[in-house]
Structure formats: structure tokens, C-alpha cells
Design a protein around this ligand. Structure first.
Ligand SMILES: Cc1cc2nc3c(=O)[nH]c(=O)nc-3n(C[C@H](O)[C@H](O)[C@H](O)COP(=O)(O)OP(=O)(O)OC[C@H]3O[C@@H](n4cnc5c(N)ncnc54)[C@H](O)[C@@H]3O)c2cc1C
Length: 443
């Protein structure tokens, strides 16, 4: 089930002023609003469609440290703590459970690909460890493959994407944030180079700070403000099943399969590393930026000329702030899932787990994920425009890290000491000639 959330009655009321405007009501925007509201800062979040309806409600729901880029690890460790605390702050259970995550290996030699990552993570003292044949097969009861081993992190877990972003936004609202749905932000005005006012499709709002948390739309929004944010899109998909008895707990993935048991007894299943990539004008614009990433990830990408090619070509011209924007045309982006990939995933999971033989799929869901050249996000101010901040580019793993990303953005805005070093996430790395390093995680 994708959450088709009702739009509240006051969705079209745009306040005349606020301190911080957040563009985008995915989990990143929602967590940022919550953190600002907790600090008593006037904040108004605008969502062009409905809270969480793009990536944030359609993902697997994994909340993981395992397999993370080392530059994200301090932020992710802090995010785990914040997930634990969240129900007490927002007064709602968003389904966070630490049921463990496992990567399964068919052959002993496959475990070698994790060794470099394990070595690099030693300073963090994670509970991630190698598991041998007997234990790994206990983690996947009834499987027909007899795995040789795997990598397991007991303290990793999941939360429920169809609950989280909305519940967090609602928590922020109770603490004083304004949440305005069905209202696209077209851009912002500056005076002497500084942000002074945001223009929405329903009116203007004075503010000193804008946070762009627009998911796949961030690059387009920034481009209209003459700011480069390299970002490409990859299609990712999963299926939600009805409850299945006696299946594995927690989350797991291996060759040709991935699963996550939900709290309602059903599963999210699919293949975690199979993505369609449409060739669009940005593919050429950012070609050089993405060369290191392509070298590492080319096997997971299936390039094609698709609907997005045409749609994005039509967006090339930009817009004036009194004109209708693509954000109003594409109110909620619901791409067609890669059915071939999901058909294959269905065959694979039924073969692997006899318990899934009669599985009933309630829904096939997909979303475009926003990927940066180094596959880590931008959480940063834009140096050239005081008051303009960006929190985007979560590269397919932003759900789990979102609570800490929201905190980091709030710290940057308020000038509080950041709880982690924000340097790896600075926007300037894409424009100041810094060497872009794409970490070859390999899983
Ligand atoms: C199939 C799939 C599986 C995934 N699995 C996982 C996982 O297991 N674990 C994990 O950590 N991550 C996972 N992810 C990634 C995760 O979902 C994203 O990284 C995360 O949701 C990004 O959140 P966001 O708020 O940045 O973007 P989004 O959720 O896309 O939200 C951005 C919002 O901004 C709004 N917006 C954009 N422009 C404007 C504008 N101009 N005005 C107003 N509103 C605007 C959009 O409508 C949208 O709602 C997965 C993603 C997919 C697609």
C-alpha cells in the first residue's frame, strides 16, 4: 500500500512570513522541520503534493549502518539513536524495530568483498560480523540455497515508510511548524545576494532561510536559481506482499533477492541492486561528474531512453517566478515500476523460500532515487547565496539517516556546533574542483 494521504483543510494557507522555509515534505524535509520546531524556530514546510508520497513512502524501509560509506557513518550511528527516541518526541510509533540485517553469500569467496569495508569500519566498533554457514541459514529459515555465509548486523533494523514522514511532519506541526501541502515552491528572491522571500504557487512568504529538500527535484529547482547541484535519477522498485507465515525476520539480501519483514506480517520484496537509468539532458551536463560512480556501479545500471528523457527535455527552459513550474505539472511523481525486474524478483524469492510460494502481492511500488556523483548527500549552505541551504542527494539510502540529517541541517542554520563533521557533505565540493571520490562499497 502506498499512503495516499488526505490533504488537510488548511493546505492552501500560505503564511505571510516565517524564519525558515523548507521546500519538500519527504522524510528529509519532515525531519528538518521537526528539529527546527524543537528549537522553537518558526518554520514552514511546503510540499507540492502530499507528505512523503515520492521516495519516502515507497522505499524498503531499511535503517542500516551495514554497507554505509565511511563518510556517512557518524551521522548514521547518531540516526539510530534518534530513531529510538522518535516515538517519545512525536508521540507516534513509526515501526522502528532492530531486527537485524543480513547480506547472504552463496559461496565462501563472496565474503571477501566485505573485508575492506569491515577493516575501514573498525574505529566505529560496530556489531557487524561475519556469519558462517549454520548461523546464516538460521537467519533465512527454510531457504533452499544453503548459503555459505554472510555479513550480519543485529542492531540494524527498519521503520515503516508509509508511516514515518507523515508522523514526523505531524510531530513537527504539533511543536509549532507550519505544514502546507498541495503547494509548490517556485523559487526565491534575494536582496543584496541574501534570501528574503520565497515564491509559492499560492503566494509569497518572507523568510531569511530556505532549505531545499526536494528529492529528485532539487537539481532542477537549484538550476533555476543558477546553482549547480549534480543529481541523476535511478528507478528503484519493490513489492508489498500480504502476510506470510514462518518467513525470515528483519531484512536481508543476496544474489537476485531482497526482503524486509513488515510489522503487519507482510514483506517488501524485490532486488536491491537493479536500476533503470533514463538518458536525460542532465546525463550529458553532469557526465564528467559521474565518471567515478559509473566505474563502480555500471553493473547495477540499465540505461534507456524513456518517458523521463522527453519530460526532462521539456523542462530545459527554466521559468520566471510568476509562471507555472514543472513542480505543479508533476504534483506527485509515480513512475511505472520496472516490471521485468519485479517479475524476476518474484521467481527468485519463491524459489529461495518455499514459504513465499503462494505470496500475494498487494502493490508494486517504484520511485526515482536522487543520486549524487559520490553517492553521499549534500547537507550544506550554498556559499554564494547566504540563507540558501540544501539537504538532498541521499542516493538511495536517505530514509534511515534522515533523523540525523535533519538535526545536522538545523545545527548549520542555527550556528550550533554540528554533532558530526559536516565537511564531507558540503555543496562546494561539486564546484570548487575538489576530487570527487565514489567509495566502491560493492554491496
Ligand atoms: C524503492 C526504493 C527503496 C529504497 N530503500 C531504502 C532503504 O531501505 N533505506 C533507506 O535508507 N533509503 C531507501 N531508499 C531511499 C530513500 O527513500 C530516500 O533517500 C529518501 O526517501 C529521500 O527523502 P527526501 O525527503 O530527500 O526525498 P523525497 O521523499 O523524494 O521527498 C522530496 C519531496 O519534495 C517535494 N518537492 C520537490 N520539489 C518541490 C517544490 N518545488 N515545492 C514543493 N515540494 C517539492 C516532492 O514532492 C517530494 O515529496 C529507497 C528508495 C527507493 C525508491
Amino acid at each position: 500500500m502506498t499512503a495516499h494521504t488526505p490533504i488537510p483543510q488548511d493546505f492552501n494557507v500560505v503564511p505571510t512570513e516565517t524564519e525558515v522555509v523548507i521546500v519538500g515534505g519527504g522524510i528529509i524535509g519532515a525531519c528538518t522541520a521537526l528539529q527546527l520546531a524543537q528549537r522553537g524556530i518558526p518554520v514552514t514546510l511546503f510540499e507540492k503534493g502530499s507528505i512523503g508520497e515520492e521516495q519516502s513512502s515507497r522505499n524498503w524501509g531499511w535503517v542500516r549502518k551495514m554497507g554505509r560509506d565511511i563518510r556517512e557513518m557518524p551521522l548514521m550511528i547518531h540516526a539510530m539513536k534518534l530513531w529510538d527516541e522518535l516515538p517519545g518526541i512525536i508521540g507516534a510509533d513509526v515501526g522502528f524495530r532492530r531486527q537485524g540485517i543480513t547480506y547472504f553469500c552463496d559461496e565462501e569467496k563472496d565474503m571477501g568483498k566485505y573485508e575492506a569495508w569491515m577493516k575501514a569500519m573498525e574505529p566505529f566498533g560496530l556489531d557487524t560480523h561475519f556469519v558462517q554457514r549454520q548461523r546464516v541459514n538460521e537467519l533465512a529459515p527454510g531457504n533452499t540455497r544453503n548459503f555459505a555465509g554472510g555479513l550480519h548486523t543485529p542492531s540494524d533494523g527498519y521503520a515503516e515508510p508509509h508511516l514515518a514522514a507523515r508522523a514526523i511532519a505531524e510531530g513537527a506541526r504539533r511543536l509549532g511548524a507550519r505544514i502546507v501541502e498541495g503547494c509548490a515552491v517556485r523559487g526565491f528572491e534575494t536582496e543584496s545576494g541574501r534570501v528574503t522571500e520565497v515564491v509559492t504557487e499560492k503566494g509569497r512568504i518572507k523568510c531569511r532561510t530556505v532549505v531545499l529538500a526536494g528529492g529528485i527535484w532539487s537539481s532542477l529547482f537549484a538550476r533555476n536559481q543558477n546553482v549547480k547541484v549534480p543529481q541523476l535519477k535511478m528507478l528503484s522498485q519493490t513489492m508489498r506482499t500480504r502476510p506470510i507465515e514462518n518467513g525470515p525476520l528483519g531484512c536481508g539480501s543476496g544474489k537476485g533477492f531482497g526482503y524486509r519483514k513488515r510489522n503487519d506480517g507482510g514483506y517488501n520484496v524485490g532486488m536491491r541492486s537493479a536500476h533503470a537509468v533514463d538518458i536525460v539532458p542532465d546525463s550529458f551536463r553532469f557526465f564528467k561528474d559521474y565518471l567515478p560512480a559509473m566505474k563502480n556501479e555500471i553493473k547495477a545500471m540499465k540505461f534507456r531512453v524513456g518517458q523521463r528523457t522527453w519530460q526532462e527535455t521539456m523542462m530545459l527552459g527554466g521559468w520566471k517566478l510568476d509562471q507555472r513550474t514543472p513542480f505543479e505539472t508533476y504534483r506527485i511523481m509515480r513512475p511505472v515500476p520496472g516490471h521485468k525486474i519485479l517479475d524476476q524478483a518474484t521467481i527468485n524469492i519463491k524459489k529461495l523460500f518455499p514459504q513465499f510460494k503462494d505470496m500475494v502481492v498487494n502493490e508494486r511500488m517504484s520511485a526515482w532515487i536522487d543520486v549524487t556523483p559520490d553517492a553521499i548527500p549534500t547537507i550544506s549552505q550554498v556559499d554564494a547565496i547566504p540563507g540558501f541551504y540544501i539537504s538532498t542527494g541521499y542516493s538511495g539510502h536517505g530514509f534511515g539517516i534522515a533523523p540525523a540529517a535533519g538535526q545536522l541541517m538545523a545545527e548549520l542554520i542555527t550556528g550550533d556546533t554540528p554533532h558530526v563533521d559536516p565537511t564531507p557533505f558540503r555543496h562546494s565540493r561539486f564546484i570548487d574542483g575538489s576530487k570527487i571520490v565514489h567509495w566502491p562499497i560493492g554491496f
